[in-house]
Design a protein around this ligand. Structure first.
Ligand code: GUN
Length: 276
């Protein structure tokens, strides 16, 4: 990617990301800061646009419209979750699909389902890259996704079930209304844990050799100086002796999400150059 960034720079283009942050969610602050740091490190540009917790829908939308028109930004990211009074789906659909580096716009999600993806949501795309890097085959495997969010679960299903390299899996999605999650996870060759429930997946719920991708980042209060520590959706110590592999939290999927965001922003910047 650094070669592509260098080529763009020699044409006077610095890949730019606009991050929209509404309110004071601590986890979102951390995410946005680490994204900004990663962009800086690779000589890309990012700017965070902050709005108050009580921002009105039209204020968020008019900021997005302004960013859609601003050519120094090749990508726009609306940090989720948004405060409860805002309609996330409506707001996300206002981002130009051409700058939707999160891949959350209905047009981009539709293209992904169709099997003709444009911008692929960063966390699922990062997970595919992890599976590819570690040569974990998906074809013919039973992949169980725990969690049906628009950010991870649903696009993850679209990728794993797709007729493509790193797809062709048989995919089950478990969620809050699933009667017995462990019935499914015990049959899984691959588990994608993305429920947002701390350490939901335990050693008793898996079969030997399963490859586990832990997407969760949950704060658990403790007596430490910070007052909390981070855990995933998987009981890491409990599954380690049984699983074939398991990604750590932190330092696992999160790093790949940011890398994919950079990659999508560079892709968008390249397109803007080609269209000049
Ligand atoms: N909140 C948690 N994950 C994400 C993500 O990938 N993108 C955005 N915009 N918000 C998030």
């Amino acid at each position: 990617m650094s070669i592509e960034i260098g080529e763009l720079a020699s044409n006077g283009i610095i890949p730019g990301l606009a991050a929209v942050l509404v309110g004071n969610d601590q986890a979102s602050e951390v995410y946005v800061r680490s994204k900004a740091r990663a962009f800086e490190k690779l000589n890309c540009f990012s700017e965070t646009f902050r709005l108050n917790e009580d921002a009105k829908e039209f204020e968020v939308i008019s900021l997005i419209h302004q960013l859609n028109q601003d050519s120094k930004f090749h990508g726009i990211l609306v940090q989720l979750p948004l405060p409860k009074h805002l309609d996330s789906q409506k707001i996300l659909s206002e981002v130009s699909p051409k700058k939707d580096v999160d891949g959350f716009h209905p047009v981009n999600l539709g293209s992904l389902l169709e099997g003709n993806p444009n911008f692929i949501p960063c966390t699922p795309n990062g997970i595919i890259e992890i599976l590819k890097y570690y040569k974990i085959k998906t074809e013919g495997k039973h992949a169980v996704i725990v969690g049906r969010s628009n950010i991870v679960g649903k696009p993850m299903f679209a990728l794993l079930a797709q007729k493509m390299e790193m797809g062709n899996a048989t995919v089950t999605i478990c969620h809050t209304r699933t009667r017995d999650i462990s019935y499914f996870t015990k049959q899984a060759d691959i588990i994608i844990a993305a429920s947002g429930v701390p350490e939901l997946i335990t050693g008793k719920m898996i079969k030997e050799g399963v490859d586990i991708i832990d997407v969760g980042i949950n704060r658990v209060d403790d007596d430490s100086e910070k007052g909390y520590h981070l855990v995933g959706d998987v009981d890491f110590d409990g599954v380690q002796a049984i699983a074939g592999s398991v990604t750590p939290v932190p330092g696992g999927v999160g790093v790949m999400t940011i890398t994919m965001l950079l990659s999508n922003t560079v892709k968008s910047a390249k397109r803007s150059m080609e269209n000049c």
